[in-house]
Design a protein. Structure first.
Length: 732
């Protein structure tokens, strides 16, 4: 049954092989013939266009050769050309198809239009490439081009006057309805011409600026839609079939390019398909007859062949079934035949032998695969053990263990290599961190975590280096603060020493003042005993009074100096307190950074704690100095007030002594009062002496405190010097 179906299929295939190419080829032959017609039509279009160009060039060259034309253009005399050539323009238009004649001045200025005498003087250089080229290169130029009069065939020839180029003359030939009507009559075909608008040309005819069918040899509406015209305007040639008034026609739309290469229009060339229809029908009829005859012949031959081959194929089929069932020992009958059946039997024998060999190879392959699986399982166990050992050692802190990549399989070696690379990466990162932390612990701040790291190790590298940089900056700030504190302490020591010296000087002055007052007291007593010596005593008292007033004024000035020194000491102690506060903040930040560093930052934390203690003691010392200087200021203020009182008293005494010189008679009574005043002065000077001694004691104490502060600052500087920001350079 299958053979019969195959015979029927072969008969059908034979029929199709004979009839289908003819039947289907008939349509292709029609299309090819129509394409050939359109190719010829397109060639005639090019020939007609070339003929128009040649006619225009001949007319333009003939005109340019007239000497009076060049002279008129040189002289700017339009009237001469218009008078001589204007009357003949209608005849040229009728006989030669000339639609325009125009003269130009370089580079492309309209000099005269015979077809439009009132239009001249406009610049055409932006769109008339033929005119620009002809004037620039002084040669004849031709081609399709759009002008103010629309699209046409342009023939431009240079004009000379006595050998000097003065411009060009242009003849524009028809490229509209008359041109295509003549072309269609010569080719026994039809044509349409569509003009595309140009934005850069202001034409005299408004319809020329619109996309429209400008010429057609058929009376039907335009055949091309906007989509087809858009494809052609992009430079594509479009073919298709059209129904024109009940006639089947093949059309081809070709882009029309102007002299500048721009697509200015579309030429739709049409040829009738009616002449090819009868030929196509005859070819199809012959194809059907041939296909029927081929089917009948193939069917008869197939039935005869099927009876002869059927019995032999049945025997081979039975033996094939046995081979498929696993019977590979029995021989194949008919393998010695030389015909096709024998070839099939030989092939079956080869198949049987191959099947037996495949069975043997399959058994051997299964045995080898079993051995390979066992070996691979052993290598996997070894690899797992080695990886486990590396991981276990790494968990215990030993990063020196590695996987031995000596397996027979590259994949296992690659896996072991990846584990080793991971261990190398971790060991390298940890080693770099240990190097930096060890250097920090030893006081070396110049070490950084170098090398190229990725992922979390790169983040660790960034954090470690940032910590080292922060510590370096912190130590630099502390060192700067210590240097400033050292300078301030030295200044305080000098001021305290000066204060002590001034206090000693004041004490000596007060002792001298006290001695003077004792002498004054003796003088007053002597005056009370002897009135006769009043005059001499009064003079002595006056002299002593002057000296006392000078001494007291010196004491007042010194007291004021002491007050100013106390004020400076107060400002210095304020600066010390500010520096101590900043040092305390820096030490606190250092302690925080040391805590972040963990175990590696413990040594630095101890230093930070010592710095904070020093800053606290410096602050307490400054506060104590402020207290002492405050007490000194108060005592000095009291001393100044007392001395001012003494100065006032001495001034009064000087006045009284003057009165004594005039009123010697009142000396006895005044001497008693003077004794009382001198007693008060002695008491006041005694109190002032005590205050001065107290000021000297406070000044000595201040000098001792400042020296202690200098010692603490030196200790802080020694501690910060233990850290270096780089080799050979201390942190500063």
């Amino acid at each position: 049954m299958k053979i019969l179906a195959a015979i029927l299929a072969a008969a059908v295939a034979a029929a199709l092989a004979v009839g289908a190419p003819l039947y289907l080829g008939a349509e292709r032959l029609v299309s090819q013939a129509a394409e050939s017609e359109l190719d010829a039509y397109s060639g005639k279009l090019e020939d007609a266009l070339r003929a128009e160009v040649d006619r225009g060039l001949a007319l333009a060259a003939q005109t340019a050769a007239q000497p009076w034309i060049g002279a008129a253009m040189r002289d700017g005399d339009r009237a001469v050309i218009a008078r001589e050539m204007g009357p003949g323009f209608p005849e040229m238009k009728a006989e030669h198809g000339v639609v325009q004649v125009q003269f130009h001045l370089p580079p492309a200025t309209s000099f005269l239009r015979l077809h439009s005498l009132e239009e001249f003087g406009d610049d055409l250089s932006s769109f008339r490439a033929t005119v620009v080229t002809a004037n620039r290169e002084k040669r004849a130029v031709s081609g399709l081009e759009r002008g103010r009069g629309g699209l046409g065939v342009r023939a431009v020839v240079p004009v000379e006057a006595e050998g000097v180029h003065v411009g060009t003359v242009e003849f524009g030939m028809s490229f509209g309805a008359p041109f295509f009507e003549n072309l269609a009559r010569a080719a026994t075909a039809e044509a349409e011409f569509y003009l595309f608008p140009a934005d850069n040309v202001a034409t005299f005819d408004a319809s020329d600026a619109e996309q429209s069918r400008m010429a057609s040899t058929i009376s039907a509406p335009p055949l091309l839609d906007a989509t087809t015209l858009a494809r052609v305007r992009s430079g594509e040639t479009v073919a298709g079939r059209f129904d024109v008034g009940g006639r089947a026609m093949m059309g081809r739309v070709e882009p029309i390019r102007d002299y500048a290469g721009n697509v200015s229009g579309a030429a739709h060339l049409l040829t009738s398909l009616e002449g090819f229809a009868a030929t196509s029908a005859e070819v199809r009829r012959a194809a059907l007859i041939g296909a029927g005859l081929a089917f009948a012949a193939a069917l008869a031959m197939g039935l005869m062949f099927s009876h002869w081959i059927g019995t032999r194929l049945a025997a081979l089929g039975a033996r094939m079934g046995g081979v498929a069932a696993g019977d590979l020992d029995a021989p194949i009958e008919g393998a010695d035949r030389s015909d096709e059946i024998g070839g099939m039997a030989k092939a079956l024998e080869v198949f049987r032998a191959n099947a037996a060999e495949v069975a043997a190879l399959k058994f051997e392959q299964e045995r080898m695969e079993e051995g390979a699986r066992a070996a691979r399982a052993q290598m996997l166990r070894q690899l797992g053990q080695q990886i486990g050992a590396v991981v276990e050692a790494a968990a215990a802190g030993d990063l020196s263990r590695r996987v031995a990549c000596d397996f027979d399989e590259p994949d296992l070696n690659a896996l072991g290599g990846a584990v080793n690379a991971l261990a190398d990466t971790v060991a390298g990162a940890i080693g770099a961190v240990r190097t930096v932390l060890s250097a920090l612990a030893s006081g070396d701040l110049s070490q950084r975590m170098n090398g190229t790291h990725r992922g979390e190790f790169a983040a660790l590298q960034t954090d470690v280096n940032a910590t080292a940089e922060a510590l370096t900056t912190l130590l630099g700030g502390i060192s700067g603060a210590v240097a400033a504190l050292t300078g301030t302490a030295d200044a305080m020591a000098r001021e305290a020493h000066d204060l002590a010296d001034r206090a000693s000087s004041q004490a000596a002055s007060l002792e001298q003042t006290s001695a003077t007052m004792e002498q004054m007291s003796a003088t007053v007593s002597s005056n009370a005993q002897s009135a006769e010596q009043a005059s001499g005593g009064a003079r002595s008292v006056a002299q002593a009074s002057d000296r006392s007033r000078s001494a007291i004024e010196g004491a007042v000035a010194q007291m004021r100096d002491i007050a100013q020194s106390a004020e400076r000491i107060a400002s210095i102690t304020d600066a010390i307190e500010s520096i101590a506060m900043q040092t305390n903040l820096l030490a606190l930040n250092a302690a925080v950074e040391a805590a972040r560093a963990g175990e590696a930052g413990k040594g630095f934390a101890v230093v930070a704690s010592e710095v904070r203690a020093l800053a606290r003691r410096a602050s307490e010392a400054a506060a104590e100095i402020n207290t002492l200087t405050g007490e000194s200021r108060d005592n000095v203020a009291k001393g100044v007030a007392s001395v001012e009182g003494a100065r006032t008293t001495l001034t009064e005494m000087a006045d009284q002594i003057g009165d004594l010189e005039r009123l010697i008679g009142e000396i006895s009574s005044a001497s008693r009062e003077q004794a009382l005043g001198v007693g008060e002065i002695s008491s006041t000077i005694s109190g002032l002496d005590q205050m001065t001694q107290e000021n000297a004691r406070i000044a000595d104490q201040t000098e001792g405190v400042v020296k202690a502060l200098q010692q603490e600052v030196a200790r802080l500087q020694a501690l910060s010097a233990n850290f270096s920001a780089s080799r050979g350079r201390k942190a500063a």
